[in-house]
Write a protein that binds this ligand. Structure first.
Ligand SMILES: [Fe+2]
Ligand SMILES: [Fe+2]
Length: 245
């Protein structure tokens, strides 16, 4: 989709010029807050958690979108993506799991330690969280581009993207999400044995083969860039307690 002031596809200027020609992808909401600031994103999650009268703490979810956002941006950087795409991925990642706060039932399932079968009703509810994210964000009247919403809605399905460039960005979202989910263990997932950089890379290799076979992913450059980013100090610093060697 094209918005006033956007750079036409295929005419991307170098990063240094982007600030002059590309308007902020976002944006402020009706309260005048800029969602590129993670403090604003964090307070938005907290506000939705409170207004939907949900139990427990939202800190784990906030930490997931914060760490995953760093991974997503690290992959983008390793791939040399332009500033416009990087900003869009960062924003989409920071907001992608808002739908887990949609209502008490899904929030209860997100925090449950039970395992649900793929064809269970519970799993179907959990799988709806990405659509709920878009629904919630639209309800908040945030000025977010359609492409950004598309990345959010399909963060588990990068193969649903409408074109090559969006497909690449969708895979960045997908891998950043999966990596944080396996390194930072989730209550509803089987425990993984990620104790070293090597074990993580081996697990990632298996996951990539599986995702490619299913047709979910096809851009090796995303996988290669993730591999590079996992080897950086910036990545290790995200999980100090795990001591990835
Ligand atoms: Fe998700
Ligand atoms: Fe997520």
């Amino acid at each position: 989709m094209t918005q006033k002031g956007n750079v036409p596809k295929g005419v991307q200027p170098p990063d240094s010029q982007l600030a002059d020609v590309v308007p902020p992808l976002i944006v402020t909401n009706h309260m005048g807050r800029d969602l590129r600031d993670f403090n604003v994103v964090e307070s938005l999650y907290r506000e939705v958690h409170t207004s939907n009268q949900l139990s427990g703490d939202v800190a784990d979810l906030i930490n997931h979108v914060r760490r995953g956002g760093v991974i997503a941006d690290g992959i983008c950087r390793e791939m040399g993506l332009n500033g416009s795409d990087r900003s869009m991925v960062s924003l989409a990642f920071s907001l992608h799991d808002m739908g887990k706060l949609h209502d008490p039932r899904i929030w209860e399932l997100v925090n449950s330690t039970k395992r649900y079968l793929p064809d269970s009703e519970e799993k179907a509810i959990l799988n709806r969280h990405s659509q709920y994210s878009v629904e919630l964000l639209k309800g908040l009247n945030l000025n977010i581009l359609e492409e950004t919403l598309m990345l959010i809605e399909n963060h588990h399905h990068p193969n649903r993207m409408p074109n090559e460039n969006m497909g690449v960005l969708g895979e960045v979202m997908y891998w950043a999400d999966r990596i944080d989910a396996i390194v930072d263990k989730r209550p509803y997932q089987d425990p993984n044995d990620v104790t070293s950089q090597r074990s993580l890379l081996m697990m990632l290799r298996g996951m990539y083969v599986e995702a490619s076979t299913k047709g979910l992913c096809k851009h090796d450059k995303v996988y290669d860039s993730l591999n590079k980013f996992i080897r950086t100090e910036e990545f290790r610093n995200l999980y100090p307690e795990i001591k990835l060697k």
